[in-house]
Design a protein. Sequence first.
Length: 178
Amino acid sequence: MSWGKLLQPDLVLGGSVLDLTPELLEKHDLKGLVLDVDETLVPIGRPRASQALHDRIAELREVSQLWLVSNNASETRIGGIAKSLELPYIHFAAKPFRRKLWRAVSAMDLPVAQVGMVGDRLFTDVLAGNRMGLFTILVEPMVDAGEAVRRSPVRSFEVWISQILGASLTPDRRSSDS
């Protein structure tokens, strides 16, 4: 598989994870989701999830099994967020390597085609999900205003390289037409 295909999300949401709806999951026949944590669910500098995220997770849980899988090595941070959201988790996952990601997907006991990988990073989340055959969803990062300026060069570089390799990262406007 070419690098362009490995870095191509199946869905570019064009907004944050808060824009991911139960209707979108049903539209794409997703019964399970693996969710990245840092900057996908919670800004890196914040110790806990927002009320809006708690509400969205409750809605998604109605139609899908959910797991948190993070590259963050801090079990205190990831475990605390997972506990507050009442979700199982794996920390220090080393994405794009697949070993720990497989553990979460296997625990769902679903066909791989019915599991989505949701994240804000192309070279970790999307690459890992595509290597496993998951439905990959790229979301905009959840960052605090002051962090957005500092972090944007990393994301901009990933987007630039991905597009050179052939990935199209235009938000899917059809996703909101459920």
